[in-house]
Every structure is written in structure tokens, then in C-alpha cells.
Write a protein that binds this ligand. Structure first.
Ligand code: ADP
Length: 371
């Protein structure tokens, strides 16, 4: 069993000038933890994973697996197994041989190989395909074989690089739960790279959100959702994203308000210390779509409302998204998630309850959360 520790890890690619593809990353992945590295394309998540695997050289800093610094340890001696997006199966070998190959190279006894391959095939439900070649398998089955090849090694750490990106939407959801079950069953450290925030939310014990080579926030999925460190994380984690409005803080008597052309909202007393520095100044106000127009907003103590016109309605089945003519800071419409059976029409002006206690303020200069 092993945790993984990255200390001040940087990566500059040859020919990349001085650009840090990975910028002073400090991250501790605990033994048996499922850590997801997530962020938009180019944020440095694959480079980070490949440095842990030993497939990419580290420009500076140290990486430890267990209690061993592995900077100069070749990939095959790191006790890791990696599952790639493109499966990387040998097309001319059977499923069995694909899974057995790495063990044969390492000169494992034949009986041990057989035991491990059959055990992995059983875990993954691919026992009946062992004699097939990869071309006779569906995408989901191929990905299972790729996972099986990693399992037979019994590594200290599993590394997954966007393993579900080539699958269709339904298969992705199924494989997502299978990998989560596998983690529960194997009790091994897993590090999983994805650009998909839903995979990150649903699979990770903790999530590490990255942007431009820098870690933005590391925490449990719900802590990140409820307390995003900055407006980037607030917009990246959660669909639809958090609505972020620009406005100013106004003071009337002892009360503070967030105001812009579309709304005037009294702020909770507990926010005063953070908000009063911004009186008469620009500020960003963030609120999740489910805190506008929803039942829990309606039932809140001291319920407040915003008035807005419905521009578009998107029925999702279990709920409906209302696009409102209250522009957010990035110019897109405000979105409210309301009951699927709410009586409303496009063009109608509604008074919608808004759960201010669940909202946040962000500093417009740094974009960091204030409260
Ligand atoms: P992600 O996995 O988040 O999409 P990557 O880790 O692949 O991001 O890339 C991070 C940055 O490093 C990007 O700006 C990318 O263009 C750059 N990069 C990745 N691989 C190389 C390479 N082999 N040579 C030069 N630059 C690279």
C-alpha cells in the first residue's frame, strides 16, 4: 500500500520556452485514496500523471511513491499500472494474452499468471471473452481488458488517463461505476485524470482542480461544490455552472446589500466583516442554479426574490432549467433549476425566490472567495 506525494513539482517541455506546463505542484495523495485530477484541456493534468508514472521527466521537485523518492526510478520499477484512453491493447493477442503479457515479461510462473488473469477477468466480467482478439470486442469490453491488464499486476498505485473518453455516454456512466466499485474492492491508491467534472464529482474521494499548470483547489467533491476557492472552480465544477453576477455592496443603516441593475439582495449578518470592505465597490456574487426558484429557496427563512424574464426553458425531465434575462459576469444568462412541473412560459416575468444564505462573494481582482 502506498500514498503518492508531489513536492514542488514543475515541468517545462523542451521547446516550450519558460512556460510551466506544471507549476510548483504540491499534492499528497493518501494511501488507498481515489484522487481525481480535473481541469480543462492543457491545464497540465496528464503531464502530472505521466510524471508520476515516470513517462515524463520532472523538471524540478520530487515525487514519492510510498516512502521512496522515484524521480530516477524507471516506470517499470515504480509499482504502478496505468490505464490509457486509447486502451493500447495488442491487436494480434487474445484478451487472455493481453492481460498475461506484462506478467510473462516479468517472468511470473505460469500458474500464478493464470490465477491472476482469471481472477481479474472475473472481477471485470470478461471471463467469456478470454479467447477473443480485441477487434471482436466493444469499446467498453476493450476498456475492461485494459483495466484487467492493470489489475493483474497488483500495483501499489493505479493511474488512469482519461480512460472513458472514447466510450459513448451510456457506457461511460456504466464504466464509471465499475471503476468506483473496483476501487472499493481493491482498496488501492488510484489517481484518475479527466476533463469531465461529472466524473470528478462522482468518482473522487478528493478532487484536485487544475488550471494553467496550477492547482486551484484540493478537497472532497462536496466541499469544492459548496465552497469553491475562486470563480474558476465555481464555474468549472457543477452543471449548469454557478451564476456569477457583478455588482456593488450598498449599506443602509446596519444592513448590507448586493446590488446591480437586476437585483437588490440583503446579505446575511455573518458576511458583514468580509463584505464591508467592498461598500460602494465592485464585487462578484455567486449562486448555484438550484438556489434560485427552487423549493428550498422558497422555504428559506427570510426569503428574498429576484424578478426576471424567462428567455428559454429547458425541460430536463426531473427538473427544468430557466434561462433568465439577468446577465451574469461572463455575459451568459442566469440559470435557475426549478421543479419540472412549474407553471411558466417563455417571455413571462417571474418573481423567483433566491437562497442568499447559500451564495458566495468573490473578490473581483483576485477572483478568490470572500465568503
Ligand atoms: P491536459 O492533460 O490537462 O490537457 P497536458 O498535461 O497534456 O494537459 O499539457 C499541459 C501543457 O503542456 C499544454 O500547454 C500542452 O500544450 C503542453 N504540452 C503537453 N505535452 C507537450 C509536449 N510533448 N511538448 C511540448 N508541450 C507539451
Amino acid at each position: 500500500m502506498a500514498g503518492v506525494v508531489l513536492k514542488d513539482v514543475c515541468k517545462v517541455y523542451d521547446g516550450g520556452g519558460t512556460t510551466l506546463a506544471v507549476n510548483h505542484v504540491n499534492l499528497t495523495i493518501k494511501d488507498r485514496e481515489f484522487m481525481v485530477l480535473v481541469g480543462p484541456s492543457g491545464c497540465g493534468k496528464s503531464t502530472t500523471l505521466r510524471m508520476i508514472a515516470g513517462l515524463e521527466e520532472i523538471s524540478s521537485g520530487t515525487i514519492s511513491i510510498g516512502d521512496r523518492v522515484v524521480n530516477n526510478v524507471p516506470p517499470k520499477d515504480r509499482d504502478i499500472a496505468m490505464v490509457f484512453q486509447n486502451y493500447a491493447l495488442y491487436p494480434h493477442k487474445t484478451v487472455y494474452e493481453n492481460m498475461a503479457f506484462g506478467l510473462r515479461l516479468r517472468k511470473f510462473p505460469k500458474a500464478d499468471i493464470d490465477k491472476r488473469v482469471r481472477a481479474a477477468a472475473e472481477i471485470l466480467g470478461i471471463e467469456s471473452y478470454l479467447d477473443r482478439k480485441p477487434k471482436a470486442l466493444s469499446g467498453g469490453q476493450r476498456q475492461r481488458v485494459a483495466v484487467g491488464r492493470a489489475i493483474v499486476r497488483k500495483p501499489e498505485v493505479f493511474l488512469f488517463d482519461e480512460p472513458l473518453s472514447n466510450l459513448d455516454a451510456k457506457m461511460r456512466v456504466q464504466m464509471r461505476t465499475e471503476i468506483s466499485k473496483l476501487h472499493t474492492r481493491l482498496e488501492t491508491t488510484m489517481i484518475y485524470v479527466t476533463h469531465d467534472q461529472i466524473e470528478a464529482m462522482t468518482m473522487g474521494d478528493r478532487i484536485c482542480v487544475m488550471k494553467d499548470g496550477l492547482i486551484q483547489q484540493v478537497d472532497t467533491p462536496l466541499n469544492i461544490y459548496d465552497h469553491p476557492a475562486n470563480t474558476f472552480v465555481a464555474g468549472f465544477i457543477g452543471t449548469p455552472p454557478m451564476n456569477i453576477f457583478r455588482g456593488t455592496i450598498a449599506k443602509e443603516g446596519e444592513k448590507l446589500f448586493f446590488r446591480n441593475a437586476n437585483m437588490s439582495l440583503e446579505l446575511p449578518e455573518t458576511w458583514t466583516a468580509a463584505a464591508e470592505k467592498f461598500i460602494e465597490k465592485d464585487i462578484l456574487f455567486g449562486i448555484r442554479p438550484e438556489d434560485i426558484g427552487s423549493e428550498r429557496a422558497e422555504l428559506a427563512e427570510k426569503v428574498q426574490h429576484i424578478r426576471a424574464k424567462i428567455e428559454v426553458m429547458e425541460p430536463m425531465g426531473a427538473e427544468t432549467y430557466l434561462y433568465l434575462d439577468a446577465p451574469t459576469d461572463n455575459g451568459v444568462s442566469c440559470i435557475a433549476r426549478v421543479d419540472a412541473h412549474k407553471q411558466a412560459k417563455v417571455g413571462e416575468v417571474l418573481s423567483l425566490p433566491i437562497l442568499v444564505a447559500n451564495a458566495h462573494l468573490f473578490d473581483p481582482a483576485s477572483t478568490n472567495i470572500l465568503v
